[in-house]
Design a protein around this ligand. Structure first.
Ligand code: ASP
Length: 467
């Protein structure tokens, strides 16, 4: 069943109005020269344009401070594990994030903290869940990794371990008195649900590490554990592929083994980090559930979210240093970069972009001009097949009678597969942004070269279910 997702919609309305961030800047860049790379997040969730200026400034300041710590450590040749731990400690001490000091509370009104860390060189990992007294859960998670033969300690046992390890412990007032509260009323952390923190890094020795720390989801049941301390769900690192940290609805990240899935796609399907992340964010996770940060073994950084916002940042040895409260188009590739495409792919991508422009101008005839003007055209959507150009345009006219219903379309994540000299298969993602019932999904197009240029001869369109 398709239901409109209000925050998602508001985000799209706002993001189309706001000045574009540099979309290319957040894409994986050619990174052969990069000696080290780091990405951080401070939670995916609500639309930052609805926050108070104060919270926006606190979040930006906290991200910048943490990213600087990571950048300085990596520049000085420290390990990625040290950088990940230090960055996350800084965010845990910052009450503007939902981890450590600023953690959200359970239905019982107390905090239960989760964290994990993983070493990509050894696949060593450590995690704690449901702790109530630990000031910096990420450091205790690291001690589980180094000082025990276990991976995950929970509840009282984990608190007792922390105490035996003599890490700084704090009472409930440390968490409850210091959470960021908006001068404008309700606690904004609670309202926007998210603020989990995470860090992934590649060091100059070529080792990857990942870590995540959280207070969990607000008003969670006592004893609930999310994805953040679950290796393979919220955190994963392996030198052969990438380091990942996730944020969002932990239950969905556990069900989809998100962090490991990204690494597995790179290893088994030979995918780029950008395409592995896009695949899970756009095709397997429902819209509005969260975001991930990823750094690959060769230093490519990917930041992506399918929520209205994600506090995040990236830096590397080329001088890149940037932080965001949300990314244009959630960080997904807008369209293929024309320079990296062959001539045929560039022509086809141009046509698809032209179709989006025509649609957004409300011009269905221009949109349809890319379809093969033949009775043999097939258009398949939602299990129905329409045959022929005339029938297809009729179908569109009925379904989208006016500009309001047409909304604004975006075609992204194009993948090209040459079938023969005069035929291409093109996969992609479509999203229709409009006030009522924004929808989106995948498409598979078959293009054949006709005497008047490339034309779509077959269009298979599917729709993604929304929360
Ligand atoms: N993933 C975290 C959890 O489910 C929450 C978040 O990232 O905001 O515990």
């Amino acid at each position: 069943m398709i239901r409109p997702v209000l925050p998602f919609m508001v985000f799209w309305m706002i993001s189309t109005l706001s000045p574009p961030l540099n979309a290319q800047a957040i894409q994986a860049e050619s990174s052969s020269q990069v000696q080290w790379a780091i990405a951080i997040h401070g939670g995916a969730g609500g639309d930052p344009t609805t926050w108070s200026d104060e919270l926006r400034a606190l979040r930006k300041g906290g991200l910048e401070k943490a990213l600087q710590i990571g950048r300085d450590l990596l520049t000085a040749g420290n390990t990625s594990l040290d950088a990940v731990e230090a960055v996350i400690r800084s965010l845990e001490d910052d009450a503007a994030f939902n981890a450590g000091r600023g953690a959200v509370v359970t239905e019982k009104g107390n905090v239960e903290l989760d964290a994990s860390i993983m070493d990509g060189k050894t696949r060593g990992c450590g995690a704690i869940a449901g702790v109530t007294t630990v000031k910096n859960p990420i450091s205790t998670a690291r001690l589980v990794m180094t000082n025990t033969k276990h991976v995950l300690l929970v509840g009282q046992g984990a608190d007792a371990f922390a105490s035996a390890e003599k890490v700084p412990l704090v009472g409930p007032e440390y968490f409850l008195s210091s959470r960021h509260r908006s001068p404008h009323g309700p606690d904004e952390l609670e309202r926007d649900h998210f603020g989990t923190v995470g860090c992934v890094a590649l060091d100059t020795a070529g080792n990857l590490a990942a870590g995540t720390s959280t207070g969990g989801t607000p008003q969670k049941l006592a004893g609930r554990v999310g994805d953040s301390p679950i290796i393979g769900a919220g955190t994963f690192a392996d030198n052969g592929s990438c380091a990942v940290s996730g944020t969002g609805l932990g239950e969905e990240f556990i069900r989809n083994a998100v962090a490991y899935d990204i690494a597995a796609q790179m290893i088994y399907a030979n995918k780029s980090p950008q395409s592995a992340v896009s695949e899970i964010m756009t095709q397997r996770l429902k819209p509005g559930v969260g975001g991930v940060i990823c750094v690959s073994h060769d230093g490519q950084i990917v930041l992506q979210h399918n929520t209205p916002g994600m506090s995040c940042g990236a830096a590397d040895s080329s001088g890149r240093f940037e932080t965001f409260l949300f990314l244009e188009n959630g960080g997904r590739t807008q369209v293929a970069d024309a320079d990296s495409l062959g001539k045929d792919e560039a022509e086809i991508s141009e046509l698809i972009n032209g179709q989006a422009d025509a649609w957004n101008d409300g011009d269905l005839d221009r949109f349809m001009s890319v379809y093969w003007k033949s009775e043999s055209l097939t258009f398949a959507s939602g299990g129905n097949i329409t045959r022929g150009w005339d029938a297809t345009i009729d179908r569109y006219r009925k379904r989208y009678p006016d500009k309001k219903t047409m909304g604004q379309v975006a075609f992204t994540d194009l993948e090209f597969l040459r079938l023969d000299q005069a035929a291409f298969q093109v996969l992609g993602v479509w999203n229709l942004h409009r006030d009522i019932d924004p929808i989106g999904g995948r498409f598979t197009l078959v293009f054949r070269k006709q005497s008047d240029g490339w034309k779509i001869v077959h269009d298979h369109t599917s729709m993604l279910e929304k929360e």
